[in-house]
Each structure stands twice: as structure tokens, then as C-alpha cells.
Design a protein around this ligand. Structure first.
Ligand SMILES: NC(=O)c1ccc[n+]([C@@H]2O[C@H](COP(=O)([O-])OP(=O)(O)OC[C@H]3O[C@@H](n4cnc5c(N)ncnc54)[C@H](OP(=O)(O)O)[C@@H]3O)[C@@H](O)[C@H]2O)c1
Length: 301
């Protein structure tokens, strides 16, 4: 079967399609024939060698997200033939998803949403779980005010939609004027490109996806979560009784099931900027690196 492998770090030219033996499902795993995956910032950083000591050893297979069809299973909840979507924590497990077949722990998968294609669904697991788990940590109630920094990005866009579905009032900080409208279409009441425009101490919570550290915007006693791991910790706000965290996404089948429900209820849309066949994975990475994306880049196997 085909895998996307790297044997050294560098630009998109280090990506190769390599043949590998088909994996077998071990106890507690199901075997998935992969239909699609998608690119995430972590894949770009991993390929570049920018992760450092946290990365699996070379050679490695890349990829965190997958959708596909179960082809071997002893699990009643996910039988052979089931359409599934899942996330593999590739940095922790070295289990890359850019392969024709992947053996995945059953607890890291869920039935895929039925309202969208498997290509669209493949763009959701990593940013969707990041958004969901971080919103859960922020513990927002209906009517509370949330600021999402980076609201037009993959994680930010899903955070806006999932928070709106919980009845939360959302404002947005985005990087360029074209994203103001995009954030509002996703459900933000108000959006700005300028951190200086943000009201002071106005938000019950801030969800920061790029290391904006707009700490003046959070109310005393509020919550501030960043997912921009490489930007470092959130400044200490304990003097204002603001709880802070840098959240790390984890594999989470129940979270995926919740995400699928939100998609099928029309509360969350998948945004696909472009799709590439596996053989064009280098072009997909080049596209990703050009930036200014309005959706995710899908890889179709
Ligand atoms: N901790 C975790 O477990 C976890 C999980 C998933 C992702 N992440 C990290 O979270 C970050 C976001 O991921 P993503 O998939 O959402 O990436 P993305 O789709 O590229 O979104 C990032 C968004 O932030 C915007 N942005 C960047 N710099 C900005 C600035 N100075 N002012 C305003 N907006 C700015 C970008 O705008 P432009 O398009 O104009 O650049 C883009 O809309 C990445 O660093 C990723 O590695 C962490």
C-alpha cells in the first residue's frame, strides 16, 4: 500500500510516496481504508523539522486526519463497511494517516457525519477536536461573550460555529479585511483586524489560535485559552483571577461523535479550499505554504 513518507526534513520535495506492508488491526483497533485526509499546520512544521524533540523518528509517515471505510473490525460499534472519521496524534504515536490503510484505536474514531462527503469530513477532526476540547475547557454558558482570535482559520472557524451552537455570543479578531466577512458568515457578531479596536476587559473568555495574547480583552475572573503551542505560554493573569491554559488536542472518539452531530444538524460547515490526489502531495504542501487560505486543503487517496 502507499504511504506519504519523509526520510529527512525540508521543503515539500522531501515528501515521497513509498510502498509499505499493509498494517493489521490489533486488539482494540479497526482497519480503515482511507478515502481522504487534510493538511494542518503541524504537518508543515513536522516536515520542516520544526517540531524538535517531540517528533517521531525518521523515516515517518505524516498525517493526522482520516476518513474512510472500516475493512476489518471486531468492534460492534464500528463494523466492517462503516463510514468513519478520526484523528491520530501523529507526533505522539508515529501513526501517520497519509496511507491507503491505517489501523486506528476504536476510541479515536467515530461514525462520519452523513450530511457531508468523506472529503469534506476529512477536514474536520484535528481542528474540530481542538475547538471542541478548548471550548469545553473554557466552560462557556449560553449568553456569555467569547473572543476568537484567528477566527477565519481552521480551528478558529470551527470554534466560532461550535460556540454559536452553544448559544455563546462570539466576536472575532482576524488578520485581514477579507476575513471580517468570513468570520461574520461563520457566526461572529462583530469582527476586527486591529487588536487595538478590542473592548477592554469585555469577554468572559478568549480562544486564541495564533498567539495574539490580547489579554486586555478578557474580563477579570475570565478564562484565556491558547492553542498556539509554539508561541509559548499565556502571560500569568492570576492577579486578575483569569485562568489560563495552552491546550493540546487529544484523540477523542466521543468528541468526534459530537462534531458529527453538529455537522449533521447544520451547525458546522466544512470549508474546503482545494483537493489534491495523494500523488500530488508536494503540490498540496506548496499550496498550503502560500497561505491566505479560505478553507482546508484535502488529500484524496
Ligand atoms: N495545541 C494544539 O493541540 C493545536 C491543535 C491544532 C492547531 N494548533 C495550532 O493552532 C494554530 C492554528 O491552527 P489552524 O489549523 O487554525 O491554522 P490556520 O487555518 O492557518 O489558521 C490560523 C489563522 O490565524 C490567522 N492569523 C495568523 N496570524 C495572525 C495575526 N497576526 N493576526 C490575526 N490573525 C492571524 C491566520 O490568518 P492568515 O490566513 O491571514 O494567515 C488564520 O486565519 C497553528 O499554529 C496550529 O499549529 C494547535
Amino acid at each position: 500500500m502507499r504511504t506519504v513518507r519523509i526520510t529527512r526534513f525540508g521543503g515539500p520535495d522531501v515528501l515521497t510516496i513509498a510502498e509499505a506492508p499493509a498494517p493489521r488491526a490489533q486488539e482494540g483497533e479497526v482497519l480503515v481504508r482511507v478515502v481522504a485526509s487534510a493538511l494542518n499546520p503541524v504537518d508543515d512544521k513536522t516536515r520542516e523539522g520544526a517540531i524538535g524533540e517531540g517528533a517521531p523518528p525518521l523515516p515517518m509517515t505524516l498525517g493526522w486526519e482520516l476518513t474512510g471505510i472500516v475493512v476489518d473490525s471486531r468492534e460492534e460499534s464500528l463494523p466492517v463497511g462503516e463510514r468513519v472519521f478520526g484523528m491520530s496524534h501523529q507526533l505522539d504515536t508515529a501513526r501517520g494517516t497519509w496511507a491507503d490503510l491505517v489501523a486506528v484505536p476504536v476510541g479515536s474514531l467515530a461514525a462520519a457525519p452523513s450530511a457531508v462527503s468523506l472529503v469534506e469530513a476529512a477536514t474536520l477532526p484535528l481542528p474540530g477536536l481542538t475547538a471542541l476540547q478548548t471550548l469545553d475547557w473554557l466552560d462557556l454558558r449560553a449568553g456569555e461573550r467569547l473572543l476568537v482570535a484567528g477566527a477565519a482559520g481552521a480551528v478558529g472557524g470551527l470554534a466560532v460555529q461550535l460556540a454559536r451552537a452553544r448559544g455563546v455570543r462570539v466576536d472575532a479578531l482576524v488578520s485581514r479585511p477579507a476575513q471580517v466577512e468570513a468570520a461574520q458568515e461563520l457566526g461572529a457578531e462583530w469582527a476586527t483586524t486591529d487588536p487595538a479596536d478590542l473592548p477592554s476587559a469585555a469577554y468572559d473568555a478568549v480562544f486564541d489560535t495564533f498567539g495574539a495574547f490580547v489579554t486586555g480583552a478578557v474580563a477579570d475572573g475570565g478564562r484565556y485559552a491558547s492553542v498556539a503551542t509554539q508561541a509559548g505560554p499565556v502571560p500569568d493573569l492570576s492577579g486578575r483571577s483569569v485562568r489560563t491554559t495552552v491546550n493540546q488536542v487529544r484523540e477523542d472518539g466521543p468528541g468526534l461523535a459530537e462534531l458529527a452531530k453538529a455537522v449533521d444538524a447544520g451547525q458546522v460547515k466544512a470549508r474546503v479550499e482545494a483537493q489534491y490526489g495523494l500523488q500530488d502531495v508536494r503540490a498540496a504542501h506548496e499550496h498550503f505554504r502560500r497561505g491566505r487560505l479560505t478553507g482546508k486543503i484535502a488529500l484524496v487517496l
